[in-house]
Design a protein around this ligand. Structure first.
Ligand code: GSH
Length: 278
């Protein structure tokens, strides 16, 4: 194992040399320790009730899935225009986008069917808002079913950063392999995969009652978790299926494949996003 070679200074300063191996990870060009708009950028607004500003990353795909499932159910009020926010080009720091999401991350949504329009950021908030607005894919009555759904939705929001910002970053994006963080975040990612695998051994969907089959139990919890852990299990993220031995999580595999077969999910993954300029 590497010996410690870095002594933190008294006050941290940003290393601005993106070619430097200490700062040269995949996102070195856009990351800064400050928030707020970096340039003026007007966002287009189409004629559909919902305007989505996003990208087909796992966090973006969650919203695509729900919107496409609502379309599958024929909910016309959930029609939407979808625009591409290119995060490698820095579109998330444009002024209109930052007005919608001061945190400068996709996905963001504006609901123009209400006056004044409602703005949303954070994928979990967007999914809950839409599911509740149309009373679909979330149990609406107070009680165990709703509590279970909210619990898994929040579990995903709290857990996936260890996979994306932790495991994925150090395994796939860091400028060179580092054993300590890879071990730490691989351990946690595999623990989370096992949480899901054990749950899905006796639950068809995330919120199904134990040993009870039925599509009516498919909820936003499945959508939000599939976008990260379903795709990870199916080998779609970080080229890491062998390293994580994803094939060994058999129940997770069964569920991930079942959801991947849904037409709405297939459309969501391939969703075409319109350019924000020109
Ligand atoms: N907790 C947020 C995370 C969103 C997020 O991390 N989005 C990433 C892409 S998947 C992003 O926009 N990154 C741009 C950046 O960090 O500058 C959510 O679930 O909406």
């Amino acid at each position: 194992m590497d010996k410690q070679t870095y002594t933190p200074p008294k006050v941290w300063q940003m290393n601005t040399d993106a070619t430097d191996e200490k700062n040269g990870g995949k996102f070195a060009g856009t990351n800064r320790p400050t928030a707020g708009a970096r340039h003026e950028q007007t966002l287009p607004v189409g004629d559909k009730p919902l305007q989505l500003y996003s990208l087909n990353t796992p966090n973006g795909i969650k919203v695509n899935i729900l919107l496409e499932e609502l379309a599958e159910c024929g909910v016309q009020e959930a029609e939407y225009d979808a625009y591409k926010i290119d995060i490698m080009a820095g579109d998330q720091f444009g002024s209109d986008f930052v007005d919608i999401n001061p945190n400068s991350k996709i996905p963001a949504l504006v609901d123009y069917s209400v006056n004044p329009p409602v703005t949303l950021f954070e994928s979990g908030a967007i999914l809950l808002y839409l599911a509740e607005k149309f009373a679909k894919f979330v149990p609406m009555d107070q009680g165990q079913a709703r509590a279970t759904c909210l619990s898994w939705v929040m579990w995903q929001m709290g857990s996936a950063p260890y996979v994306g910002g932790g495991f994925g970053h150090f395994y796939a994006y860091a400028p060179y392999p580092m054993e300590y963080p890879i071990n730490r975040f691989t351990m946690e990612t595999k623990r989370q995969l096992d949480v899901l695998d054990k749950h899905l051994a006796t639950h068809e969907y995330m919120c199904s009652p134990e040993h009870k089959q039925g599509e009516e139990y498919y909820t936003i919890a499945d959508m939000i978790i599939w976008a990260w852990y379903g795709q990870l299990a199916l080998g779609k993220l970080y080229n890491a299926s062998e390293f994580l031995d994803v094939a060994s999580y058999q129940h997770l595999q069964r569920w991930a494949k079942q959801i991947a077969e849904r037409p709405a999910v297939q459309r969501a993954v391939e969703l075409e996003l319109q350019a924000i300029t020109g």
